[in-house]
Design a binder for this molecule. Structure first.
Ligand code: NAD
Length: 297
């Protein structure tokens, strides 16, 4: 049998392209608007993985010219203190986007904090108002990871209308908004999850397979339809026999790349797109505010 290698859905390259475009737009607009866009990333406690994610987001902000208003709070910070911080950021005219880095220490209620964020500053697109706008297919801030997947598919002109799209995972963060975005693009969407039976019979029917379960090796090549487009959202840290740790997705990459038409690498696929879309959401809020104030038309 002839072995073909799938084309790479390179999220790192597209993310860099998006950031270069954003940087030039911001440079051009900030004299007109009188300030750069602003993003506040709030982090509580000292989870090392979260600290790395926050650093990465702030570095990307600096690269494109978005001002960072984020703060790092000690793990004892109370719910009331954080709610007051968010209320002040909601009113702050320098700030276009606010997000709370998860996970939070146990005594804090993440959902209640999310509800405090003004929907038009909800850079992560996870506020119920923005999720409602997605359900209704109205304009709004979209959750970054699934929106990043859609951009990656669009960049490669992958047709979605009438195609069978299967999403593995049903989280609020990824699976559910992903399914809604694919549905809005006229795909026929199936969502599989931890209670689904005979996942293979579902995945083998997928023209587009998006996997977001967080289980390394969940999808093996025999579960994939030849020629399918495979998007691996999973990020898992695994340790190999020599004790070295590395990041892998949920899809068995090498074998699947031999039968798929397109595949995302991990790392370098969906991960960088999430950051790019976070910056785009912040920029979109910045433009919206400037238009509402009559600074731009
Ligand atoms: P989650 O734990 O909230 O949800 C996992 C989902 O997978 C659940 O809906 C569950 O029903 C489903 N699932 C679990 N076991 C399954 C099985 N055996 N078969 C089918 N479905 C199963 O996780 P999440 O927040 O949605 O994240 C999923 C993965 O994506 C994680 O690895 C996470 O690290 C990664 N992630 C990556 C990015 C990125 O930027 N690339 C962003 C967010 C999350």
């Amino acid at each position: 049998m002839e072995i073909k290698t799938a084309k790479n859905l390179d999220g790192k390259a597209l993310s860099e392209k998006i950031q270069t475009e954003l940087a030039s737009q911001i440079k051009e607009l900030q004299t007109k608007i009188g300030r750069p866009p602003g993003l506040a990333v709030l982090m509580v406690g000292d989870n090392p993985a979260s600290a790395a994610y926050v650093r990465n987001k702030e570095k990307s902000c600096a690269k494109v010219g978005i001002a960072s208003f984020g703060k790092h709070y000690p793990k004892e910070t109370t719910q009331e203190e954080l709610e007051a911080v968010i209320a002040a950021l909601n009113e702050d005219e320098q700030v276009d986007g606010i997000l709370v880095q998860l996970p939070l220490p146990e005594h804090l209620d993440a959902v209640k904090l999310l509800l405090q964020i003004a929907p038009d500053k909800d850079a992560d697109g996870l506020h119920p108002v923005n999720l409602g706008r997605l359900v209704r297919e109205e304009a709004g801030l979209r959750s970054c990871t699934p929106a990043g997947v859609m951009r990656l598919l669009a960049e490669h002109n992958i047709p979605l209308a009438g195609k069978n799209a299967v999403v593995i995972g049903r989280s609020i963060l990824v699976g559910k908004p992903m399914a809604l975005m694919l549905l809005a693009a006229d795909a026929t969407v199936t969502v599989a999850h931890s209670r689904s039976q005979d996942i293979t019979s579902i995945t083998r029917n997928a023209d587009i397979l998006v996997v977001a379960a967080g289980i390394p090796g969940l999808i093996t090549a025999d579960m994939v339809k030849p020629g399918a487009v495979v998007v691996d959202v999973g990020i898992n840290r695994v340790t190999d026999d020599s004790g070295k740790s590395r990041l892998v997705g949920d899809v068995e990459f090498a074998a699947t790349a031999n039968i798929a038409s397109y595949i995302t690498p991990v790392p370098g696929g969906v991960g960088p797109m999430t950051v790019a879309l976070l910056l785009e959401n912040t920029f979109a809020s910045y433009l919206k505010t400037a238009k509402e104030k009559g600074i731009l038309n």
